[in-house]
Write a protein that binds this ligand. Structure first.
Ligand SMILES: Nc1ncnc2c1ncn2[C@@H]1O[C@H](COP(=O)(O)OP(=O)(O)OP(=O)(O)O)[C@@H](O)[C@H]1O
Ligand SMILES: O=C(O)C1=C[C@@H](O)[C@@H](O)[C@H](O)C1
Ligand SMILES: [Mg+2]
Length: 173
């Protein structure tokens, strides 16, 4: 069976950038759920939140995640999720039921705050305080959902290597 690796974690923890690079190096397919939702609606996440509301966005998120976990892939795949995917437990249940393996990228908040542009993320428009409250609300959810946790407190190259090495151990099984 093909591997379906889901990357979860806070906005700005590195899901998209690390996922893309790891997939390239492992010769896996890669998909970013936020990007897929934007393509399917032909508008930005920001505009979806403003024009249709968060609830609408969350429904799309659940549908897309299920779609990418269900469609038989001819290749192993890494799926980068949106930061709020753990808000609805059905997402984690669906992913696990459909054979997904979940990696939590745990990046300390001070690192995230150094390079995340909060202005283009709808839930972070209110700045750093919102990020801190989201982190404390979600931390346990990320941990509980995870099959494996990677602490992203090192250089990009080092954490990338750790992700790739861990995924290789799964491929060998
Ligand atoms: N260990 C690291 N060292 C240096 N930069 C890092 C590290 N991890 C992530 N970054 C950088 O943090 C920024 C945010 O990463 P990225 O956009 O991949 O996060 P994300 O989890 O996909 O966020 P979102 O949930 O908002 O989509 C990027 O510029 C990325 O290169
Ligand atoms: O943390 C969140 O709830 C979100 C994170 C982003 O990846 C997007 O999925 C959206 O902006 C919501
Ligand atoms: Mg991303």
């Amino acid at each position: 069976m093909n591997l379906k690796i889901l990357l979860i974690g806070m906005p700005g923890c590195g899901k998209t950038s690390l996922g893309k690079r790891a997939a390239k190096s492992l010769d896996f397919s890669f998909v970013d759920l936020d990007e897929e939702i934007e393509k399917s609606q032909n508008k930005s996440i920001n505009d979806i939140f403003t024009e249709n509301g968060e609830e609408y966005f969350r429904r799309l998120e659940t549908e897309k995640l299920k779609e990418f976990c269900s469609v038989p892939q001819n290749k192993d795949i890494i799926i980068s999720t949106g930061g709020g995917v753990v808000k609805n437990n059905i997402n984690i249940e669906n992913a696990k039921f459909l054979g997904g393996y979940i990696i939590f990228i745990d990046r300390p908040l001070n690192f995230i705050m150094e390079d995340v542009d909060t202005s283009d993320r709808p839930l972070l428009k209110d700045g750093a305080d919102k990020l801190i409250s989201l982190y404390s609300e979600r931390y346990e959810l990320y941990r509980d959902a995870a099959d494996y946790i990677i602490t992203n407190n090192m250089s990009f190259a080092e954490v990338l290597k750790e992700i790739i090495n861990h995924i290789k151990t799964l491929s060998d099984k």
